[in-house]
Design a protein around this ligand. Sequence first.
Ligand code: NAD
Length: 348
Amino acid sequence: MKNYNIAVVPGDGIGNEIVPEGYRVLEAVAKKHNFGITSKTFDWGAGYYLKNNQFLPDDGLETLKEFDAVYFGSVGLPAVDDTLPAKDYTFKVRTSFNQYVNYRPVRTYPGVIRPLRTEKHIDFVIVRENTEGEFVQMGGQYLPDEANGMGLDTSVFTRKGIERVAHYAFKLARKRRNKVTHITKSNTLINSLAYWDRIIKEVAKEYPDVQHEQMYIDNSTAMFVLKPEIFDVVLTTNLFGDILSDLGGAVMGSLGLGGSGNINPEKEFPSMFEPIHGSAPDIAGKNIANPYGQIWSAAIMLEHLGEKEAADNIMEAIDKSTASGVLTVDLGGDAKTSDVADAVIKNL
Ligand code: NAD
């Protein structure tokens, strides 16, 4: 029997509530589809930082390397400097493990009321470049306390970085509805994002069967709301993808509905799967957090590991659960976090 060894990192805030529920679904689906799941849980994150002055131990990355995948919640606490969680955990794992694709799907959930005028079915994937761009954290602050102080962040876009994520997006489109919309702002960022456009167009020529269009970020935010059904694969940069995926969550009906994968397509390193949202300290500890996105992330992880049938089974069970009215507070219902996992497991 096949077995997958998963590193479980709940992180902070609601991560500690939704990750165990997602893991319960994972165990149940594994049993049904005859594969094994073993795991080790790590208490890393901002809470760990408060005790140890670091987000994960010195050998943390080496430890993670031994696993088939990382099932992650999110990191960040009000008591900890919020410039640290991404730098010291999330980006550290993404860049060290070459997880250059951030795969963030958006779709209609049956039975969930969306804040949109259109009733058309929505089903697209945001492919966000995940290791460079605006989030390389190169820069500095000059005389920050003075009247002439300044802060500087530099964006880095490399040919290699753009090409590899573009190939991923075009190949993904071939498995879907054959369309890539790439989103930049090259009319004003005339060096970095014009370079991005140029390379995407070069790559697009290798996929003549895939329809390709370019859109600016400002227009695309409007289109996400007004005509989300036009998108299939949305290819964009690290910062724009970060923003658009929260908008994608809102378009679905809640941030709590979005799942994602930080993917190393070559499988040289473990990939990491997490919901699109943060640690939501405002609702932590109440058993009201919406775990659908965390559960969806488990399905994305299983598909990445080669267990497509089990992944599809989770998605069908999610659909049955929302369609039958198992909705958390953010969706207008009264289901608790654990009720959702119970319903999904029952519907597998
Ligand atoms: P957030 O996503 O945690 O919360 C934004 C809003 O959405 C809040 O009102 C919250 O209650 C709600 N929300 C989020 N997830 C929900 C869920 N599953 N169910 C119901 N409601 C949900 O964003 P934030 O408030 O900007 O950030 C909080 C902390 O999370 C910060 O420390 C931030 O740095 C961190 N963060 C971490 C990650 C990550 O680890 N990948 C990502 C984003 C933010």
